[in-house]
Design a protein around this ligand. Structure first.
Ligand SMILES: Cc1cc2nc3c(=O)[nH]c(=O)nc-3n(C[C@H](O)[C@H](O)[C@H](O)COP(=O)(O)OP(=O)(O)OC[C@H]3O[C@@H](n4cnc5c(N)ncnc54)[C@H](O)[C@@H]3O)c2cc1C
Length: 386
């Protein structure tokens, strides 16, 4: 167990209580119905859980990253699909605004995100541009009053639910190897913004994953965030932060699976004894708990490195590699732990009335979004050999 400060324990307890009372009991229904209830977002907003990293002056909780991730892991333990919405609302979108937005943009958008008045999405991927977002074809052309955005985005989380979408679009050519890509805050009610097909997904079924079409959407000049040519860099920075969030989400999924597996192993009797008495089952539980502890420690290590990134000395492992290591370890741990949990449940593990098959389906997504495991290995390997 990672040692927590008093503040971290307090926020963990609050998040755990909320997850146990308001999220976990409804997660299976949400999974079956393909949506979580809006009221849960309102309750999360009241607790400040929609603006955990946002500065207090903009209505947020202003948590440091390790403390945020302690709370976020607990919420993901309740339901990973809801957690994905919370992740985008708390992580990549406010990060880009806080770091690269103007004072006016921060004053306008951050309080709306933190209060839940505005739900956000992050639209980077395209049908032909996933691991390689620099190959995107969505364009933003300058007009008199701002920009016209044309193209299509793929697998956009919150795509149908969001009020504002942070859309990445090509604003020019390639200059000295750098792709000219901008980041734009696009109203989802704008003419030409269309939510397309909703994907039928293996897991995270309560999360909306949709296509978004941008048919000459007009955006005002004040919707561009930062430099029109540096948006891809902002997205990649946001991924360093985001991968730690997905790492915490994966640890939350794995922790839920371990708890269910321990509970079941204590109760289920075969050969006249609880199956928890068998060495083979205990050995599985031991490996599951050890992998979770290791993954959580790597996520926290990455978060602490993120907080002190400017002060890291030249020999330190760069934050980008640490965050990739944390997500790689945590997502593959979630895969292993949820599969073992299904095995421990035996035949019941395969049945939808029991919680572990959902956790196994949900875990799979953490190995894909915000960098597949192959891409994370590339990132880590590059930092070792650069
Ligand atoms: C549930 C879900 C939600 C998502 N939400 C969002 C969202 O909100 N916003 C958003 O922008 N995107 C989102 N995505 C998209 C996600 O980020 C991409 O799916 C992911 O980056 C991988 O891209 P791809 O699917 O195009 O796979 P590809 O890039 O086509 O990769 C296919 C395979 O090739 C491998 N591969 C690719 N390049 C290399 C290489 N150089 N070396 C070795 N192997 C390689 C990959 O690892 C993978 O195994 C979401 C995806 C899912 C599943």
């Amino acid at each position: 167990m990672t040692l927590l400060t008093a503040d971290q324990q307090a926020i963990r307890d609050l998040a755990r209580e909320f997850a146990d009372g308001e999220i976990a009991p409804r997660a299976s229904d949400w999974d079956r119905n393909g949506a979580f209830d809006r009221d849960v977002l309102d309750k999360l907003a009241e607790l400040g859980f929609l603006g955990m990293l946002v500065p207090e002056r903009y209505g947020g909780l202003e948590l440091d990253l390790p403390t945020y991730l302690v709370a976020f892991e607990e919420l993901a333990r309740g339901d990973a699909a809801l957690a994905l919405t919370l992740h985008i609302q708390n992580g990549p979108v406010p990060y880009v605004l806080m770091t690269h937005g103007t004072d006016e943009q921060k004053s306008r958008w951050l309080p709306e995100l933190a209060s839940g008045a505005t739900i956000a999405g992050f639209a980077l991927s395209e049908a032909g541009a996933g691991s390689d977002p620099a190959s995107m074809t969505t364009t933003a052309r300058r007009t008199d009053g701002g920009w016209t955005i044309a193209g299509a985005k793929k697998w956009v989380t919150n795509g149908g639910r969001a009020d504002v979408m942070l859309v990445f679009a090509r604003t020019g050519g390639v200059d000295s190897g750098r792709h000219s890509i901008g980041a734009f805050l696009v109203d989802t009610s704008a003419p030409g913004y269309r939510v397309g097909k909703r994907e039928r997904t293996m897991g995270l079924r309560a999360s909306e994953t949709v296509e978004v079409e941008l048919d000459d959407v007009q955006v005002a000049a004040d919707r561009l965030v930062g430099d029109p040519a540096r948006g891809l860099g902002y997205a990649l920075e946001a991924l360093d932060l985001g991968r730690l969030g997905i790492g915490a989400q994966a640890v939350g999924i794995a922790s839920a699976a371990l708890e269910h597996a321990i509970g079941y192993a204590r109760e289920r009797r075969q050969f006249g004894r609880p199956i928890a008495a068998f060495g083979a089952i205990r050995s599985k539980l031991a490996v599951m708990a050890t992998r979770i502890a290791a993954a959580r420690a790597l996520v926290m290590d990455g978060a602490r490195a993120w907080e002190t990134r400017e002060a890291l000395d030249a020999d330190a492992v760069p934050v980008t590699a640490r965050s990739a290591m944390a997500k790689l370890m945590a997502s593959e741990t979630a895969g292993l732990v949820t599969e073992e949990a299904v095995r421990i449940f035996g035949g019941y593990g395969f049945m939808r009335e029991y919680p572990v098959e959902k956790l196994m389906r949900d875990a799979k997504a953490t190995e894909i979004y915000e960098g597949t495991s192959e891409i994370l290995r590339l990132v880590i390997g590059r930092s070792l050999t650069a």
